[in-house]
Design a protein around this ligand. Structure first.
Ligand code: FAD
Length: 457
């Protein structure tokens, strides 16, 4: 290229060279397909829906194995072409949306279990978590935690983009030591390296949006696969639903995987579960083990809760497990009927948990519908929350965020694309930033997502 070459021409030349040199690595160049797959669930945010509507990769590459991937990355670095990894594209903040075009890297070819041992599994990063849990059943084990998108999301996408979910009431989020055991990654260098990150080092790729390495395999801890019951409990009011949920969360002998207090009118949007959601009443959705169910039911009864639904958790095609009404599926159930709402992601202080949930909700009676998820966090029971917010404009949304923060509630803002603004601490993790400099000197991995990184070359 000479200095007067327009960037568009340079990009087209680089892409043509990449495709010519790729050999038999599978690619998709059809514009319509590339545009469609360049989207994730960013449309939950009216702000991102505007910002990202036109973004697309140039092509999709779908390596079948590590040799394909190394060949592809070598060429992308040579031609300075950005690469955005994609798993199931169920992320919420445009995490898998290519901001600077380039290659959308479909990782779903890495979908095999390498081995299963008591308490852990080693698996390709592109394996869908639903299938993974299904295959683990034979060993009597399952993932400790998974997002409510388990049936459509990959384990690599969860580690690179998610935070916690079903199971976090017992095991905490992905950040808790021991919840990611190891990751194998490919670097974005002229001669890409394959690196094994073990223990604490694996945090370098946790929720880094794929900016700190392409994950090809993960070693994840497992839990016993209990026979689970899906349960809905109705309560007279939301504070009582919260108190009952907290009591179950704190009852260490009661085995559970999910405790989600959800305020009315959210249950009125719950489709086929509506008959189990009495008019006007808040509910607690739970996954409780059959083995300790009587103790679960005793606690619920002591708070006056009425069990309106109780059935074994069913995840096979055609069935809808109750966890698909929780976490960010709760928001989705309402969005299906009403696109004028959006949501926030909150983490409440554990030492004034119920008061901070109720006080912040009371500040916005017409605009906020409470929905919490009990979790363990650094050894304490607390709640994260995805309250549904009536959207009347960006300015008002940011006022609501500010009011929560002033009240000591941490917000991971789901209306921004950078991992700094999207984090509770508003900055990139120092280890992740430093590691990026080591493995992506040209800033080609998912550019635009780690704002504080300045490429060294
Ligand atoms: C209805 C709904 C409910 C949800 N519930 C939850 C929840 O309970 N908990 C939760 O944490 N999240 C939740 N999410 C967000 C999302 O579904 C999860 O984080 C999910 O695990 C993402 O996996 P994915 O395969 O779809 O990843 P993608 O969306 O494809 O990717 C996510 C990020 O990871 C990167 N990435 C993907 N694969 C790799 C790889 N192999 N190497 C490096 N980087 C990679 C991508 O570039 C992107 O930045 C929800 C989203 C929706 C729409």
């Amino acid at each position: 290229m000479n200095v007067s070459t327009p960037p568009e021409t340079f990009r087209a030349e680089a892409l043509a060279a990449l495709i010519a040199e790729l050999g038999d690595v599978p690619v998709i160049t059809e514009e319509k397909v590339v545009r469609r797959r360049s989207r994730d669930f960013f449309w939950y945010s009216p702000i991102l829906n505007e910002e990202l509507a036109e973004k697309s990769a140039d092509i999709i590459a779908a390596p079948r194995h590590e040799a394909d991937l190394l060949h592809l990355i070598r060429l992308c670095v040579k031609h300075r072409i950005p690469v955005t990894p994609r798993g199931g594209a169920t992320g919420n903040y445009g995490q898998a949306v290519p901001i600077e075009r380039g290659v959308l890297l479909d990782m779903t070819g890495f979908d095999q279990i390498e081995w299963v041992k008591p308490g852990r599994v080693r698996v390709g990063a592109g394996m869908m978590m639903g299938r993974l849990d299904q295959e683990l059943k034979g060993s009597g084990q399952e993932l400790r935690l998974h997002p409510s998108t388990k049936r459509t999301a990959t384990i690599g996408g969860f580690v690179a983009g998610g935070s916690g979910g079903v199971g976090s009431v017992t095991y905490g989020g992905l950040r808790e030591p021991g919840n990611i055991l190891a990751a194998r990654i490919v670097t974005m260098e002229p001669e890409p390296r394959v690196i094994e990150l073990r223990g604490d080092a694996a945090q370098k790729i946790n929720r880094a949006y794929g900016t700190t390495g392409i994950i090809t395999a993960l070693e994840m801890p497992l839990a016993p696969a209990w026979p689970w019951l899906d349960v809905i409990v109705a309560f007279p009011d939301y504070p009582t639903a919260l108190q009952a949920g907290l009591a179950v969360a704190r009852a260490d002998g009661v085995v559970k995987k999910l405790l989600s207090p959800i305020a009315w009118p959210l249950p009125s949007y719950f489709g086929q579960m509506k008959p189990a959601c009495p008019e006007g009443k808040p509910i607690l959705i739970a996954m409780a083990s059959e083995a300790t169910f009587d103790s679960f039911a005793d606690i619920i009864a002591s708070f006056g809760g009425e069990i309106t639904h109780q059935a074994p958790t069913r995840e096979e095609p055609g069935q809808v497990p109750l966890y698909e009404y929780t976490w960010n599926h709760t928001t989705l159930q309402m969005l299906k009927a009403d696109r004028s709402v959006t949501y926030l992601q909150c983490l409440y202080p554990h030492d004034r948990l119920l008061s901070s949930i109720l006080e912040t909700a009371a500040m916005f009676p017409e605009e906020l519908i409470p929905h919490c998820e009990f979790i363990r966090f650094a050894g304490n029971i607390t709640a994260s929350a995805l309250p549904v917010i009536r959207y009347t404009g960006k300015e008002r949304l940011y006022e609501i965020i500010q009011a929560h923060e002033n009240h000591g509630v941490m917000i991971a803002n789901p209306h921004v694309i950078t991992l700094e603004e999207g984090s509770r601490h508003k900055r990139a993790d120092a280890d992740q930033l430093g590691f990026k400099a080591e493995i992506d000197p040209f800033g080609l991995l998912n550019p635009g997502k780690m704002r504080s990184y300045q490429p060294s070359k």
